[in-house]
Design a protein around this ligand. Structure first.
Ligand code: CA
Length: 429
């Protein structure tokens, strides 16, 4: 629901917040941070600062917000609560940050960006990665199966696989080049060694709120209530391992060596103005089965989020060259909505828990300028891309820093950003 907290004219007394690219007062994303020598606590980003909610709670200014949900080192309890609790918290924070009379009381609980580090926002019990970017599925499918890039099920069922939660890390975590087994098509036998085809995948993460009991599906009409918010997600991938291992059971060690996420949860409440209609399916495509079909979801279940990928090589870093934009995509290229992902996941009675994380799958657009992985950009390594430094890349090299960014944009509203999701590739230990 759009309310006064989305007013684009609203201003905040925190210096720099009104002009901040990602975190103006209309955003108020949730996360978990710690200062040196202190335990992790829940915080909210505003401009270049974070507000310590535990500290703020001790002032009594948070009103009715339940302390037991805020005095935590993860967002799981807050995600388990009804969405009205998160909305009320947003409203009281908005009041405190827009009314200068609260400045002296709130400011002692405000910390500058260089004085804290970010952690995973929640304990992630389970992680599932979907495949809803139809252009990516088509492009990659062509490389693996030139004759039938999209398998017959793709337009009927939101494809996904169970990923690994233990290797999800916040932005900034180094990407240690994984070793694994591969077999080139022309080789007689497989070999083991560091990946030669290290790739990124531009995705959104969907944070699950609330809980459905085992055996209890989530109707599509109530699925939006099960989404606490979104983040950026990079599903680092070793394409040579993937090609050799993926049949018959899907991705395994090619994916689970690391998944990076942006540490701030851009809440469903903050994203309200940026909801939009799901793109109409091309003529001839099947309609979703009834359990995945909902008029409201089709009318407002997609998100107006611009996505970007940038690379900075070690040579560019040394030369002080600006990072190079590899891709500019959009969340509107998702063939299935986030609500359809949730409903499909629970349609067999699978219980989704607060703090579970769903990946959308790589979000590529239809053009060369909006591809969400190097496998697509370099056409499987056949057409390396040239960087401003004179270097070329088919896949990631040691020393490369890859950064995902996202921005929700809608006419008449203040844009809000996701922060960044970055990682630098390191040689295998
Ligand atoms: Ca993926």
């Amino acid at each position: 629901m759009i309310d006064h907290t989305h007013n684009p004219e609203a201003t905040c007394w925190v210096e720099g917040a009104d002009s901040h690219a990602d975190f103006p007062v209309q955003n108020l994303p949730l996360g978990v941070f710690s200062r040196e020598g202190c335990a992790p606590v829940i915080g909210v980003a505003i401009g270049d600062c974070v507000i310590d909610l535990a500290g703020l709670d001790s002032t009594g200014l948070l009103g009715g917000a339940p302390s037991e949900l805020l005095l935590q080192s993860s967002l799981n309890a807050l995600f388990a609560a009804p969405s009205s609790v998160r909305r009320d918290l947003r409203h009281v924070l908005f009041s405190l940050l827009t009314d200068p009379t609260y400045r002296s009381a709130v400011e002692p609980h405000l910390y500058r960006q260089d004085s804290y580090i970010m952690h995973l926002p929640a304990h992630i019990g389970d992680y599932t990665d979907f495949y809803v970017g139809i252009h990516h599925a088509t492009n990659i499918g062509k490389q693996f199966r030139p004759d039938s890039p999209l398998l017959p099920n793709y337009k009927h069922i939101p494809i996904g696989y169970h990923g690994r939660a233990s290797s999800i890390r916040p932005s900034g975590t180094p990407v240690i080049r994984p070793s694994g087994q591969r077999k080139a098509p022309e080789a007689d036998a497989p070999e083991f060694g560091p990946t030669r085809r290290l790739d990124f995948e531009l995705e959104l993460g969907v944070w699950i709120a609330g809980e459905n009991q085992l055996g209890e599906p989530v109707p599509i009409s109530s699925a939006p209530n099960r989404i606490a918010g979104l983040c950026l997600l990079n599903d680092w991938s070793a394409r040579d391992f993937q090609a050799w291992e993926y049949q018959p059971l899907g991705p395994f060690l090619a994916k689970n060596f690391l998944t990076s996420i942006s540490p701030w949860v851009i809440t469903s409440e903050a994203l309200a103005p940026f909801r939009k209609a799901q793109a109409a399916r091309p003529a001839g495509d099947p309609q979703p089965l009834p359990y995945l079909r909902d008029a409201t979801d089709q009318a407002e279940g997609a998100f107006a989020i611009d996505l970007e990928v940038a690379i900075e090589t070690a040579r560019m870093r040394e030369a002080g060259t600006a990072s190079f934009r590899l891709s500019a995509s959009s969340a509107s290229h998702m063939y299935w909505t986030a609500a359809q992902m949730v409903t499909h996941h629970a349609s067999n009675g699978c219980n989704l828990m607060p703090g579970d994380l769903l990946g959308t799958g790589t979000i590529s657009g239809p053009d060369r300028s909006n591809l969400g992985s190097l496998a697509e950009i370099s056409r499987g390594g056949a057409e390396p891309i040239r960087l401003p430094s004179g270097e070329t890349r088919s896949f990631l090299e040691d020393g490369d820093t890859l950064t995902l960014s996202g921005k929700a944009v809608a006419e008449g509203y203040r844009s809000i950003g996701f922060g960044e999701c970055c990682g630098t590739v390191m040689a295998v230990a």
